[in-house]
Design a protein around this ligand. Structure first.
Ligand SMILES: Cc1cc2nc3c(=O)[nH]c(=O)nc-3n(C[C@H](O)[C@H](O)[C@H](O)COP(=O)(O)OP(=O)(O)OC[C@H]3O[C@@H](n4cnc5c(N)ncnc54)[C@H](O)[C@@H]3O)c2cc1C
Length: 695
């Protein structure tokens, strides 16, 4: 059956629409929660910190309060005053930073409960208590130091570190559903009682909840108790609370209630709720809601995507709601976040930090399957992809096989100057870098020492610039005190560029900014310079010999052999001309018949792309798969910002040009990274929060 023959019943259309709606809701709550979480932490922190500062500033009053206003029977007043003030000064700072959040939330929770019990019973304190309990159970959200440090801490040899991270995970998985059930029941009880009882209960926030219209309070109490439509109920209550605040009800209490409801609205009612049963019920009522069954998939048009880099992944993700069966093939079982390869190469990150299992990314996409294998060619006549002796049939073929380095015909240079494209390259570069310092330390020969401490990077594009900056940083700061006979800071880092300036594809001011930043790190930049030979002793540049034991190649890339698979015309870099919708027209059987190829004015792009910024995003182009004569498409990766790079990169958007800190912040605060979405142009969700944040 072809795409045009696919029959979409009203039932499937409804299932599709619901699934799309759920996806949008899920995405928007995932995107919003980090900010709301940060806002809650900051607000809670300021409330307690200010109180702590006031107490310390007026210690006599603090003592009197502890002694007379809210004496706690089981602790003497002076100790209580000291303890209270310490908690109020230290824990809020940790809470605001999201550092040891659970540990900070515990004393704040206890303090709040003590105040509620021994001092004045206030609704505000009850809302705080629930918020602190939430942080105790689930920790802080993505915009926190805890999230940044968690992976490293879990792997560290610090005593109790792995036990603590296991306990934290256990709390999030096992205790969080109980917490959310408790919160829902407490709110439901409070709402019901406030609606029907005349006297508000001090532990059920009756005074605040009494502002809700009676019918709404009762209906929402029922919904929250069973966990049905929790998010809409929370939304309605929050809107009612805001309305009441505007109408003159005590705004401070209501604001805390709204924040508490925001948690339910954005995170849902938890695992112990009727809401959790809805997808299963919908699947029964609307077959196809969770995606097509394997029988249905077999009847759908087959889209085969080769390559699970940025391009392939974005394309497969975009097709998640389309009536097609997607097969994603890659020769590795992980997606590699190439922009941070240089961090692995300079020992800043571990390889696992930038590699993410492809299967995991498509766990929930029912119309996609992932195959591990190396594609060797394409049979256009039969519409089959050849993969490790197997034939995979397709109706539409998407090629997103990327590029590898090119030595411009001098492949004999490869052993002396590794490039940076795969994880293996990065670990090899790291090995060479670290060994060079070791050999320099062990050598008694001054010339050999100099050669070991000279790092030469060929190519002043983004990768070369990143590498040069990272190596210089590593030498200057990363190993400053590690050696006795050599000073790593004296290492020579040379960046050789044949063009008149580095980053030639970037706007000139960004290139100049990068030059200044690299020079500030001590990198020697040689522009207008051509490398004419490389061997194990060094490099010949402009006829001059530079002794260097570590030469790195960042000078050129060549597209994968996709053009040969298709029998398509390609330029010297292996790039294939494509149409505006990225379709590829293979070489015409009759010479001259196909106007897109030789003689055509169309600028060649890359089928297996490298950095075709001018091409439309693969995801957009493939949003609706229109039948094409060949069914073959090339996919470019989504255009992306420069990486979160700390030395000198810039961010070259069409309308917005950022450099240095601005570019770093722009990329590292990318929402999709923070929320773990795999569709980011620069990253790939689950891996990038750690990686980008660490960078
Ligand atoms: C060091 C470095 C830093 C970079 N920094 C940035 C940056 O900061 N910002 C930016 O926008 N871009 C950056 N880039 C470029 C960016 O990473 C690439 O443009 C992007 O990865 C290309 O995506 P892609 O999907 O086309 O190809 P790739 O990401 O290369 O993916 C191709 C996939 O195809 C698979 N594959 C290839 N051949 C076969 C086969 N025969 N059979 C099966 N599978 C196959 C590969 O295993 C791979 O998974 C950087 C690149 C490098 C190397």
């Amino acid at each position: 059956m072809s795409a045009t023959q696919t029959v979409r019943t009203p039932q499937t259309q409804l299932a599709d629409s619901i699934r799309r709606g759920t996806d949008i809701l899920k995405w928007s709550s995932q995107g919003t929660w980090p900010v709301v979480d940060l806002a809650i932490r900051l607000w809670l922190a300021q409330a307690f910190f200010v109180s702590g500062v006031l107490k310390v500033g007026n210690w006599e009053t603090a003592l009197n309060l502890a002694r007379y206003e809210y004496p706690v029977p089981w602790i003497d007043p002076v100790t209580a005053a000291y303890l209270g003030a310490s908690i109020e000064l230290v824990a809020p700072v940790l809470l605001a930073l999201g550092l040891a959040t659970r540990l900070a939330a515990l004393p704040l929770l206890l303090l709040t409960l003590v105040m509620q019990h021994y001092y004045v019973a206030l609704d505000e304190q009850l809302f705080w208590a629930w918020l602190f309990a939430g942080y105790l159970v689930s920790g802080a959200g993505p915009l926190s130091l805890d999230r940044l440090l968690a992976p490293g801490l879990a792997d560290s040899a610090l005593p109790l570190a792995s036990a603590a991270s296991r306990a934290a995970r256990w709390m999030s998985i096992r205790v969080d559903p109980i917490y959310r059930l408790g919160l829902r029941l407490w709110l439901a009880g409070g709402l019901a009682l406030a609606a029907i009882a005349s006297a508000p209960h001090p532990w059920l926030a009756g005074r605040t909840l009494a502002v809700m219209p009676q019918a709404l309070a009762l209906a929402c109490a029922l919904l929250l108790a069973v966990g049905l439509a929790t998010r809409p109920a929370a939304l309605l209550l929050a809107a009612a609370a805001l309305g009441a605040g505007m109408a003159g009800a005590p705004a401070a209490h209501l604001a805390w209630l709204v924040l508490l409801l925001a948690g339910l609205l954005l995170r849902g009612g938890g695992a112990i709720s009727v809401d959790r049963l809805i997808p299963g019920l919908l699947e029964r009522v609307l077959p196809g809601y969770a995606g097509p069954s394997s029988v249905e998939l077999a009847a759908l048009p087959r889209v085969v995507i080769v390559g699970a880099g940025f391009g392939g992944i974005a394309c497969a993700r975009e097709l998640r709601h389309e009536p097609v069966s997607v097969t994603l093939i890659d020769r590795q079982n992980y997606h590699l976040f190439q922009p941070l390869l240089y961090q692995v190469a300079t020992a800043g990150l571990a390889p696992s930090d930038i590699a993410s299992p492809i299967r995991e990314l498509f766990r929930e996409q029912r119309n996609a399957r992932v195959l591990l294998g190396s594609v060797t060619t394409v049979d256009r006549e039969r519409r089959e992809v050849h993969m490790d002796g197997k034939r995979i049939p397709y109706d539409y073929l998407v090629l997103a096989t990327g590029a590898s380095h090119s030595y411009f015909g001098r492949d004999d240079w490869a052993p002396f100057a590794p490039g940076l494209k795969r994880v293996e390259d990065a670990t090899e570069v790291r090995r060479r870098l670290l060994l060079a310092f070791e050999r320099a330390e062990a050598s008694d020969d001054a010339a050999e020492r100099d050669a070991q401490m000279t790092f030469l990077i060929v190519g002043g594009g983004p990768t070369g610039v990143e590498l040069a900056g990272a190596i210089a940083e590593l030498a200057r700061y990363g190993m400053a005190q590690d050696f006795r006979d050599i000073d790593p800071a004296q290492a020579r880092v040379i960046l050789v560029q044949s063009a008149p300036r580095i980053l030639p594809t970037f706007p000139e001011p960004l290139s100049a900014q990068a030059t200044r930043a690299l020079q500030a790190l001590g990198v020697q930049i040689m522009t207008h310079s051509r490398v004419t030979d490389i061997d194990d002793a060094g490099v010949l540049v402009n006829g001059e010999r530079i002794a260097s034991r570590t030469v790195l190649w960042a000078a050129g890339v060549v597209a994968s052999p996709a053009a040969a698979w298709l029998g398509a015309e390609a330029d010297r870099a292996g790039r294939v001309p494509v149409g505006p919708d990225l379709t590829v027209t293979p070489r015409s059987p009759r010479p001259g018949r196909d106007s897109r190829f030789p003689g055509s004015r169309r600028r060649p792009s890359k089928a297996a792309d490298t950095q075709p910024a001018s091409l439309p995003r693969g995801s957009r182009a493939d949003r609706r798969l229109r039948p094409s004569p060949t069914g073959i498409r090339a996919v470019s990766p989504p255009s992306a910002a420069r990486p979160p790079w700390s030395t000198s990169a810039g961010s070259g958007y069409t309308a917005l040009r950022l450099g240095g800190c601005g570019a770093w912040c722009m990329c590292s605060s990318c929402w999709e990274c923070a929320t773990g979405s795999p569709s980011c142009g620069t990253g790939s969700g689950p891996i990038s929060p750690t990686a980008a944040a660490r960078a």
